[in-house]
Design a protein around this ligand. Sequence first.
Ligand code: ACO
Length: 323
Amino acid sequence: MRRSQIIGFGSYLPQNIVTNDDLAEKIDTSDEWIRKRTGIAQRHIAADGELTSDIATNAARAALKNAGLDADAVDLIVLATATPDNTFPATATRVQSNLGIRRGAAFDVQAVCAGYVYALTMADNMIRLGQAETAIVIGAEVFSRILDWEDRGTCVLFGDGAGACVLQGAETAGTNADTGILSTRIHSDGEYYDMLYVDGGPSTTGTSGYLRMEGKEVFRHAVQRMSEVVTAALDQNDLAVDQLDWLIPHQANKRIMDSIAKKLNLPDEKIVVTVDRQANTSAATIPLALAEASADGRLKPGHLIALSALGGGFAWGSALLRL
Ligand code: ACO
């Protein structure tokens, strides 16, 4: 069975770090409130003029270097982002051009915080069907540009950043002991559109708009959906939760992750956490966490890893993979 192998990880975080205390100088909040409710201590914020395509390109270059591949090996770029450079064309095509690639296909995927799982799903399906051989799957966001910096209920939660993985097709035995992406699952339910959205866009206000959110509802659905979609992925592959080496959940809030761990009966040590230092970078949280845990040696060959995310839409999903 042809499966997508993950052969490289890369990431990029903007240099500028904004602490909770920095925010407390501008809005009515405190380090204590933010840490207690979310686990967040700081976030990276893109510099003026630093675009989604710039940070995505940096992460993609790092992932290619980690994979030991030249850009000309790549025939697919899928970029998950809710903060594209322009309304069109796809920011992925700018990344393609930055990397000097003139062949294959490059496109964006929009599923907000679930975007990386959606993008992996698209790339994995194309590789398994033989439509692509080597893909870079990127999550990159500059959420700082769609935040209402006067709304303390939302602006403290997010940060900017980019992460990427390189996928390549390979023949495997077709069992749950294979390496590579074992399965992906994606779901959405537009009934919840108004729970988490941006109040602008080309066909509504003609402006980019700002993020709006019903925090408590998002919290509740995130815990429920992100847990059940991991269980479904394990069931689909005849694997049990105690066989998981790592859960890499979308990093929105430490309390959401703690609740998921409890629901799944998974020890805290098996969860990769970056939200404390990076806040919620939407589609970039999962590839940033993968890159960090790979670079520091936590992820090892043979490890079974579940990815899980929920975002605006609501859209949610999971991926199960073995390194
Ligand atoms: N600093 C200080 N006080 C604040 C802040 C802040 N930054 N934000 C809100 N408050 C106040 C509120 O005004 C309110 O005050 P009041 O009681 O006087 O009215 C009080 O704190 C409680 O506010 P709630 O909104 O009820 O606080 P809650 O416990 O629900 O926590 C939070 C809010 C952290 C946003 C929580 O709902 C949450 O984490 N939700 C998940 C949302 C999320 O992570 N979204 C990310 C995008 S979606 C995703 O990635 C899954």
